[in-house]
Design a binder for this molecule. Structure first.
Ligand code: G1P
Ligand code: ZN
Length: 541
């Protein structure tokens, strides 16, 4: 074992999803090692403990894993559970940590960000409950990255991660496991595989785009081998370090061709996709795109049709930015909705305390009590199970849903790569005007609340402030502004807009028709053009 003298890096602050930077930055000598050692330095009683390791297979995945394995040995860990070929989806890693009662896990991923040599890389530490490390731990790690002087690393040959089996390196055992097996068993314990297999056999067409990312092996086993989906419907299922030259974000920009073809009446009955590390999901029916906010509401309303959720959902959590569609369902059922800041860790506390059994974010993330991350393939299986029981198309399910609960028309406008100073000036200027906006009459209706969202964690009792600016109108419409915590270049300003129309209200198939006044009002009030020089967003989600 060697102690290597190093310099500290002042820009290793982990964000909502760990440390995410350009690959080139991670390749800077000692950069990765400093961060990993800083994590290890903040862990107590780690000697002899077990860690789960794996990543989404992007460029630098295996190089980083080899370094981390050697550092684990030097830091006294007793056992590593590593996905074959270094692969583990984020939800599978969360499940393995829980299943094997590991001390924690390291997930290598930059989620839906571009990969390849010029793309992004990321590293995230998850704790023993399987969820992302709490904010307080991330802060400690960040402090450590600024003062660290040495890291510890062992000197042995790179480990062959391509074969399942066990390898001993002195005091540490490395178990290379099938990344898919345990996760698949978990899915089988929750979802009615027989029923889904039957509708597929009877001609229900289902398609999944793995985007050359980590879900490929999971999709082959679950959708093709176990559910009988024809392999021609499982797209881009071989993981590649640069995601086949694509961008592993199944949004309307990067998956446009698929969206356009899926949304016609000639598309499959259910078209789905996941992102780089397999925690996000996209649901598209024939001629019917389902927003993640609506998807959460549909799952809440129909979960009792799925074996793992027969007794229903006790309560739900959604992020502040997520539409209130699920609130309509839960108020119908007389159950509670928790409104949290953006980021999965707030859900984890509620799940751990048994306060909720379902949670989701507008950004294509849905999850449940079954593990402590969002889970793309699970959400898709839930939809398959629900469609199989209801014997309806996606569009019919949505129409029935809106007929009962009303519809929350919702959109998000992103302004990417805005320079930091302009973005901050925009937010500060808006904050300074909040009190004058309170109770103001506008073209929409009177503003009832103009404030910065804050959250008291009901479990930790800690209070989180400044989690985005929100304007809530008398008619129930909402506009929210926040800066992204996962951007890598400049700032990303996100504007979320929502209007509720009850079951008997005036509905339209064109979302913009319904929320146009919210869009113009939000651009105007935040002085988007003045501060950013932009008149249109980089992305409408
Ligand atoms: C984004 C999403 C957020 C999600 C996070 C990690 O964060 O908006 O819902 O939890 O990625 O996947 P943001 O960039 O908005 O901070
Ligand atoms: Zn992801």
């Amino acid at each position: 074992m060697t102690f290597v003298r190093t310099i500290s890096f002042r820009d290793q602050k982990p964000g909502t999803s760990g440390l995410r930077r350009k690959v080139s930055e991670f390749q800077t000598p000692h950069f990765l090692q400093n961060f990993v050692q800083s994590i290890f330095d903040c862990l107590h009683n780690k000697y002899g403990q077990t860690l789960v390791l794996g990543g989404d297979g992007r460029f630098f995945n295996e190089t980083a894993l080899q370094v981390i394995i050697k550092m684990c040995q030097a830091n006294g860990f007793g056992k590593l559970i590593v996905g074959q070929n270094g692969l583990l989806s984020t939800p599978a890693a969360s499940h393995l940590i829980r299943l094997y009662k590991a001390y924690g896990g390291i997930i290598l991923s930059a989620s839906h960000n571009a990969g390849g040599q010029d793309g992004d890389f990321g590293i995230k530490y998850n704790v023993s409950n399987g969820g992302p490390a709490p904010e307080i731990f991330n802060r400690l790690v960040y402090q450590r990255t600024k003062t660290i002087q040495y890291y510890q690393i062992s000197d042995f040959e790179d480990i062959d991660l391509s074969n399942i089996g066990e390898i001993n390196t002195g005091t540490m055992r490395i178990c290379i496991i099938d990344p898919v097996y345990d996760y698949t068993l978990l899915m089988q314990s929750l979802i009615d595989f027989d029923l889904v297999r039957k509708i597929i056999k009877d001609g229900f067409t289902f398609s999944f785009d793995a985007m050359h990312a980590v879900t490929g092996p999971y999709a082959k086993e679950i959708f093709i081998n176990l559910l009988g989906v024809d392999e021609s419907f499982i797209l881009n299922s071989n993981p590649s370090p640069n995601f086949g030259g694509g961008h592993p974000d199944p949004n309307r920009v990067y998956s446009k061709i698929l969206y356009d073809s899926a949304i016609t009446s000639d598309g499959p009955d259910l078209f789905t996709a996941s992102d780089g590390d397999g925690d996000r999901n996209v649901i598209v029916g024939k001629d019917c795109f389902v927003t993640a906010s609506d998807s959460l509401a549909v799952l809440a309303a129909n979960a009792h049709l799925v074996p793992g959720y027969r007794s229903g959902i006790n309560a739900v959590a959604r992020s502040m930015a997520t539409s209130r569609a699920v609130d309509q369902v839960m108020s119908f059922q007389g159950r509670r909705v928790f409104e949290t800041p953006t980021g999965w860790k707030f859900f984890v506390n509620l799940l751990e305390a048994g306060e909720i059994s379902l949670c989701g974010e507008e950004s294509a993330g849905t999850g449940s009590k079954h593990l402590r991350e969002k889970d793309g393939i699970w959400a898709i299986l839930m939809w398959l199970n629900i469609l199989a029981v209801r014997k309806q198309s996606v569009k019919e399910v949505m129409q029935d849903h809106w007929r009962i609960f009303g519809r929350n028309y919702y959109t998000r406008h992103d302004f990417e790569e805005v320079d930091t100073e302009s973005a901050c000036r925009l937010m500060v200027s808006l904050k300074q005007r909040l009190s004058s906006l309170q109770k103001k009459e506008t073209i929409i209706s009177r503003i009832n609340i103009a404030d910065e969202f804050s959250y008291r964690d009901p479990i930790e009792q800690s209070v989180i402030h400044n989690e985005g600016i929100r304007l809530i109108f008398e008619d129930g419409s909402r506009i929210m502004f926040r800066l992204s915590g996962t951007r890598t270049v400049g700032e990303t300003l996100r504007i979320y807009m929502e209007r509720y129309v009850g079951p008997d209200g005036n509905h339209s198939s064109d979302i913009l028709d319904v929320i146009f006044d919210l869009v113009t009002f939000s651009y105007d009030i935040a002085q988007i053009e003045y501060f950013t020089g932009r008149t249109s967003p980089s992305l409408i989600a």
